[in-house]
Design a protein around this ligand. Structure first.
Ligand SMILES: *Cc1c(COP(=O)(O)O)cnc(C)c1O
Length: 439
């Protein structure tokens, strides 16, 4: 399959090329030239996540040199099966996507991208993966590429603006992973990453790739767990499953929409935003008005210009039709706090602030008469956000094993001025492990 750009000015790329490039040369986002159609029975005999994923993704791999590696890539990237379990008494469900190495759903995309890039690596010059992060993405990408021969990861994060646990995670890898704490905002980090990726001379010296939220290498794998969960529900009950998805850059929500378009048994789709209400305003009939983000308790969703909106408009060019197929709501911090407190007291469930936006919205939709089976999407483990969650639930949140192991390791990040020339020099210099690095 070929992957044209949403802007239509770049030549359609093959899968491997699109994965390695990240962004299309015309500044657009890569999208599949066609969507395959499935019915639930096409997946008969495919029971685990790696088999469902391989079947779903095969048409996207067809004709590419990576096709022969698809099964192995899926076994590696989708080894952690997300639990689909009951949530509350009313028959609602939660799909927990946070049981991977860094305890957020970003692990699925990062591990898939790493497996694909490793499978097509020529082994000549090491490839540097540059990633700007506001929290969860950097750690997932670092974990996925850590100690992988032929790869180096450089993480840019805004110094002092990620949670202490997130910062520790970003700096705890060492080896081929370098964490840079940028003296600036997340927007500065993104600007620096973009400038480096757009610097042809630099890229001749230092082969560069990115792993940001617009990579096709994150969109494709995120469809697979919606396929897996909706099929599991369909096989048990013969009914479609609706999803409420916590949303920032719209990658996860868009993957759910694509899975439904491809014929999977998915009912309604609702997007829960935090106080950054660009999407809810649009779905309420307003204009699409991207703007600077505001800080909220659900920090991984603090996005004022959702980068995947461009893919959504490609999928549904007519805004009226788009407003028909999905709904969205903004969930403010006091509602997040009330939901985390309430879920603990009434249901004995500990939610992360992001997952709480979905729980709040599902409650609203039920009150407005939403019928049928519905599932909230759990995007991160609550133990990643103890500063927010522990005061609300009135006690410590036990750490998952993988997270505890990371926090027990030493952590080191180099300070860096928010300056393009400084970053270029650092990239050319190569990794220079500091004293806290693991060997
Ligand atoms: C990234 C992230 C989100 C938002 O996902 P998008 O794909 O950007 O919409 C939600 N919750 C958590 C915990 C995240 O890390």
């Amino acid at each position: 399959m070929k992957f044209p750009s949403t802007r239509g000015l770049a030549a359609p790329a093959g899968l491997g090329e699109a994965l390695a490039a990240g962004l299309a040369p015309d500044g657009g986002l890569y999208v599949p030239e066609a969507l395959p159609r499935f019915s639930p029975s096409d997946f008969d005999g495919q029971d685990d996540l790696p088999s469902v994923a391989a079947h779903l993704l095969r048409p996207f791999f067809s004709g590419d040199p990576l096709a022969g590696a698809l099964d192995a890539i899926c076994r590696e990237a989708f080894a952690v099966e997300p639990p689909l379990r009951g949530f509350g008494a009313a028959g609602d469900l939660v799909l927990e996507l946070f049981h991977g190495p860094t305890a957020a759903f970003k692990d699925y995309g990062a591990r898939f991208l790493a497996a694909c890039l490793a499978a097509q690596s020529s082994g000549d010059a090491p490839l540097t993966i540059l990633v700007a992060t506001s929290g969860d993405t950097g750690a997932a990408v670092a974990a996925a590429f850590h100690r992988r021969p032929g790869f180096r990861v450089v993480i840019l994060y805004p110094d002092g603006r990620v949670s202490p646990r997130q910062a520790h995670q970003l700096g705890c890898f060492g080896d081929n992973v370098q964490a840079l704490r940028v003296q600036g905002s997340f927007d500065d980090c993104q600007r620096l990453a973009k400038a480096a990726l757009g610097d042809a001379a630099l890229r001749r010296d230092v082969p560069l790739s990115s792993a940001n939220s617009i990579s096709l290498g994150r969109l494709l794998p995120q469809m697979t767990y919606y396929a897996f969960a909706s099929l599991q529900h369909w096989r048990r009950h013969g009914r479609p499953l609706s999803f409420v998805v916590p949303t920032g850059n719209l990658g996860n929500g868009l993957a759910c929409l694509l899975a439904r378009r491809m014929g999977l048994p998915i009912g309604d789709i609702a997007l829960a935003s935090n106080a950054n209400a660009v999407l809810p305003e649009f779905f309420d009939g307003g204009d699409y008005r991207p703007r600077a983000s505001v800080a909220t308790l659900a920090n991984a969703m603090d996005v004022g210009a959702p980068s995947n909106f461009e893919r959504l408009s490609w999928l549904y060019p007519d805004p009226a039709q788009l407003r028909d197929v999905v709904r969205a709501a903004s969930v403010a911090d006091p509602q997040i706090e009330a939901t985390v407190r309430d879920a603990q007291v009434r249901l004995g469930e500990t939610l992360c602030p992001h997952t709480a936006t979905a729980a709040w919205l599902l409650g609203q939709l039920r009150a407005q008469g939403l019928a049928g089976d519905a599932c909230i999407v759990g995007t991160a483990h609550p133990a990643k956000f103890p500063e927010v969650v522990e005061p609300l639930v009135g006690g410590p949140v036990p750490l998952p094993e993988a997270l505890a192991a990371m926090l027990a390791r030493p952590s080191h990040a180099e300070p860096m001025a928010a300056d393009e020339a400084t970053l270029a020099a650092l990239l050319r210099r190569g990794p220079e492990p500091g004293p806290g690095f693991l060997r």
